[in-house]
Write a protein that binds this ligand. Structure first.
Ligand code: PEP
Ligand code: CO
Length: 411
């Protein structure tokens, strides 16, 4: 059993109607190895119904757009482009309407513009968008106002209220509907991958952590050229808590033709990372694998160099992104999780110095950020926040803060 893994749900729950265009009963295969961070859905019949509906409906993104993003990331790996990947820690279902999506696009444009000015290259925009609805948690329970509750795992699993903590598979279906409507709003705004003639640089690509196997596996589809792709998103990533070499998440992403990403932090060693790269990028193909480094400002300069060196020696042409968020979370005096902009800037600076020294490809930044006027991250430790704190999970940068962090980019 992998760290944090729960027991697997029974195999019988993953039978799909036979359909030669879809993996059908094969989906069971993707659920068979140990799988960390999976909810214990209480109702297998309701879960099976959702599986069937997800598996038999149309995909959210098509194989052509997945291939386009993979080609674009190959440009990044050749050093000709950079990336801004940004969005909510967990998307809020109440913020998936047309106006919200437009604001999120505006934020990505603003950040890409800043990065472009700093690196003098075109910048690809990738949202944590249209499916970033589930969260891995360090502990299965949490204290809420003195009461121990099952952990909140994101809107696609359970609710924040004390009475809503039981996982509900109908939330998978609701998340899927929401993701579809976010993609439709992107298209309406003229910025989806399916907008005819839109240059790749102007497309807002979508990405999320491929965490819930009960959502991802039914959304596997066959690509026209053979092989499987995840129709749930253009760029799925594996989180730092689910990247076990023998785990279901690595096996799933190893099997798809999407470009894929994986978070790496201080708990990974060079040998393990090389094995992970071999699993996810056996062909050593530019654009296939993005590694998202999340070490924290204090560790990035010492822990990252041996990893960059090992991956380079193993011959994987990976894109490295800097996630300065997840290694720099601290508790404020009021008990809230916060992140200090100065620490994030320090990590972005350290990351680029490491890439330069170790000949890694500094591909860009991965941020948790929102266009909303919130005070979740702080400029100073002693700051008294005068704006709302509304994130469903980790503290996000507001736009001026995010601009400050991106402005630390020079590579
Ligand atoms: C996240 O990106 O929200 C996240 C949980 O990150 P990590 O897997 O790096 O901890
Ligand atoms: Co987060």
């Amino acid at each position: 059993m992998s760290a944090g893994g729960g027991p697997l749900v029974a195999e019988e729950r993953h039978r799909f109607p036979g359909d030669p265009a879809r993996p059908g009963p094969e989906v069971r295969r993707w659920l068979s190895p140990p799988a960390a961070q999976q909810p214990r859905w209480p109702d297998p019949v309701a879960l099976a119904r959702v599986h069937t509906d997800l598996a038999t409906g149309p995909g959210l993104v098509d194989a052509g757009s997945v291939a386009r993003l993979r080609a674009l990331l190959a440009e990044v790996s050749a050093g000709r482009m950079r990336v801004v990947q940004a969005g909510d820690c967990a998307e809020d279902p109440a913020e998936c309407g047309a106006e919200h999506v437009r604001a999120k696009v505006g934020m990505l444009d603003a950040l890409a513009g800043v990065l472009r000015d700093h690196c003098e290259r075109p910048v690809a925009r990738i949202g944590r968008l249209a499916g970033q609805f589930a969260k891995p948690r360090s502990s299965p329970t949490e204290l809420v106002e003195g009461r121990e509750l099952p952990a909140y795992r994101g809107p696609m699993v359970n609710g924040t209220g004390p009475g809503e903590r039981t996982p509900d598979p109908e939330r998978l279906r609701a998340g899927h509907h929401l993701a579809r409507s976010v993609l439709a709003h992107l298209a309406d705004a003229g910025r989806g991958a399916d907008v005819p003639g839109l240059p790749d640089e102007s497309v807002v690509w979508v990405s999320h952590e491929a965490l819930l196997l009960d959502y991802e596996a039914p959304l596997l589809r066959r690509a026209p050229g053979g092989g499987l792709f995840l129709s749930s998103t253009h760029l799925p990533w594996i989180g730092d808590r689910t990247r076990q070499l023998d785990g279901a998440h690595v096996r799933l992403l190893a099997a798809v033709v999407n470009p894929v990403a994986c978070k790496v932090g201080p708990s990974i060693g060079a040998d393990e990372l090389v094995r992970l790269c071999a699993a996810l990028d056996p062909g050593r193909e530019p654009g296939r694998l993005t590694l998202v480094a999340r070490f924290g400002a204090d560790l990035v300069r010492t822990a990252l160099p041996p990893l960059v060196r090992a991956v380079r020696r193993a011959g994987h042409p990976v894109v490295w992104l800097c996630d300065p968020m997840h290694g720099n979370t601290v508790r404020a005096a009021d008990g809230r999780k916060v992140r200090l902009v100065g620490a994030l800037v320090r990590e972005v600076e350290g990351f680029q110095d490491v890439m330069l020294a170790e000949h890694g490809l500094a591909g860009g930044v991965h941020l948790e950020a929102t266009p909303n006027d919130v005070a979740e991250c702080r400029w100073r430790a002693d700051e008294v926040p005068d704006k709302p704190y509304t994130t469903l999970c980790d503290p996000r940068l507001n736009l001026p803060q995010a601009v400050d962090v991106v402005s630390a980019w020079w590579a």
